[in-house]
Design a protein around this ligand. Sequence first.
Ligand code: MG
Length: 257
Amino acid sequence: MILSSARRATTFAGLAIIMTGSLTAFSALVDEWKSGLDWPEPVVVDPGPVGGPPSDAIVLFDGTDLSQWKGGENWTLEDGYGICGGTITSKQAFGDCQLHVEFASPSEVESSGQGRGNSGIYLMGRYELQILDSYENGTYFDGQCGSIYKQRPPMVNACRPPGEWQTYDIIFKGPRFGEDGALTSPATITVLQNGVLIQDHFELQGGTSYYRPPEYTAHGPRAPLSIQYHNDAVRFRNIWIRDLMPESGDGTARMQE
Ligand code: MG
C-alpha cells in the first residue's frame, strides 16, 4: 500500500499516541524494576568546546606551550601548533587513559611509504599507534596510519589529505602483570580517527618494534607517553589526556567495571 506523505505522517503520529498511551497504561499496572545497586553519582565534567579539552583533562599541549614534555626544545612552535623535530616524552606518567591528539602530515609530499608523514603515539612509551600520511600512499597494512605498529592494521583508512588536520581519540587500557612479572591481562586500545572507528578494543600482543616480534616485558601501571620523531615535520596541536586510573586524580572514583 502506498500512502501519501501527509497520510503517512498522520498514521505514524497516531501510532505514536497509541504506543505512548499503551506504555503509560502498562507502567501503571506493574512495579518498576530497579537494579538496587548503590552507584555513586557520576562526576560532572564540562566537555568544553568541540574537540575538548574537557574540564577534567590534563592539557599536554595547547599549541603554544611544550612545558609538559621532555625534548620540546627540538620542536618549532608556530601559529597555534608545533612542528615535530625530535621525539618528545611527557613529564607525567600515565596508564589507562583517554587521549585526544590532533596532527597534520606535511602539505608537500616528498617521499612515499613509511617515509611520508611518519610519527607515532607511543602509549606508555612502548605501544605505538602509527601516524603516517596514508592518503593514497601504499605501505604494509600493519604499518599504515592508524595501525598498531606491526600488529594490527586499522579497520578502515580514514585519512585526510596531506596538510589537513586530523584527530585521534584513543581509549587505552594498560596491561596488567602479576607479582612474578607474568602477563595477567593484555593492553587494549580503541581508536577513532577523524571520528571513524579504526581500532575496536584490540588486545595488544606486546610492545611494538621495528625489528622484533611483539612481546610483553613487565612494567609498572604508569609510564610516560611519547610522540615519535621519524624525520618528518608532522604538525601537532590540541593534545589532552584524561587519566582513567581509579587511584588517580582528586579522589572521586570513576566508574569502572
Ligand atoms: Mg611511526
